[in-house]
Ligand binder design. Sequence first.
Ligand code: PEP
Ligand code: MN
Length: 337
Amino acid sequence: MIVVLKQNYTENQMLEAIKAMENGGVKVMVSKGIDTTILGAEGNSAGIDEEFLAQLPGVERVMRVSEPYKKANRKYHPDDTVVSVCGKKIGEGGVSLIAGPCSVESHEQIINIAKKVKASGATALRGGAFKPRTSPYAFQGLEDEGIKLLIEAKKETGLPIVTEIMSTEKIDLFAENVDIIQVGARNMQNFDLLKQLGHLDKPILLKRGLSSTIEEWLMSAEYIMAGGNNKVILCERGIRTFETYTRNTLDLSAVLAVKSLSHLPVIVDPSHACGKAWMVERMSLAAVAAGADGLIIEVHNDPKNALCDGAQSVTPDEFKIISRKINTIADCIGKNI
Ligand code: PEP
Ligand code: MN
């Protein structure tokens, strides 16, 4: 349930409404927006006396919310959420560019790519240190050493770092060193992990699960937010369909759906969505045109010899062109990088 307060409500009238809700057995979330103030019920609102609440002097209207996600719901928080990362803002109307290799492979590789993507306008550097691979015999990432190399790349370039967490055991290492913690598609419903990330004060990049509905995805965001961490960035990375030509099927309509259902920023990963480097440019432009708040793109200095996901990785030169073209699209729709 949400309660919309009248434009000219007084503090006492708000407290009165909050009390009426709390008496019904819920916790109340206050969202003071630009135009409206909303009181959102957290928990089961069946015990609230709706008629009594509706006639209170500060109350404009009372609405039942059918969606199971509350904190992630735009009805509870009409204004867009902006997530700050080292002074850069994701979701404030611009297009954030996260770029870098699928995996950190060596000092030379990550520093080289970091410098190049920075020069082309990247907002943050990505690079996997702990890799979720289908085969146990495939390269699993440099693990802790990979995190160290990302920190060095950050020192060298000033770019914030984004990397994937796979296990709750590494929460402290990530909380201390990583600027945006990525939850990969395969872990979208690792509820233990989500709960623990909910206790951090750290941006979380939550990828959509391989076969997850939009509602399941938003419920995973809700897990993180329920713990008190509202810094969630959603990432559409393609979903499993019957099509095999592309690695996944990029669901661009999900960007619009999620931006309407939720206030959280949404970015798009065209690399994992398509699995083909030659598609990344056009899908990036389409994602920005669809209203995405940013992109996460795999960039490798030597894609043919990459230890992971080379086929979908663009080169730094190609990234430079993509970045330039994104500027043009962003301009057309009133956004800026
Ligand atoms: C990745 O970003 O390298 C990755 C493994 O992504 P996803 O979880 O979307 O497959
Ligand atoms: Mn990858």
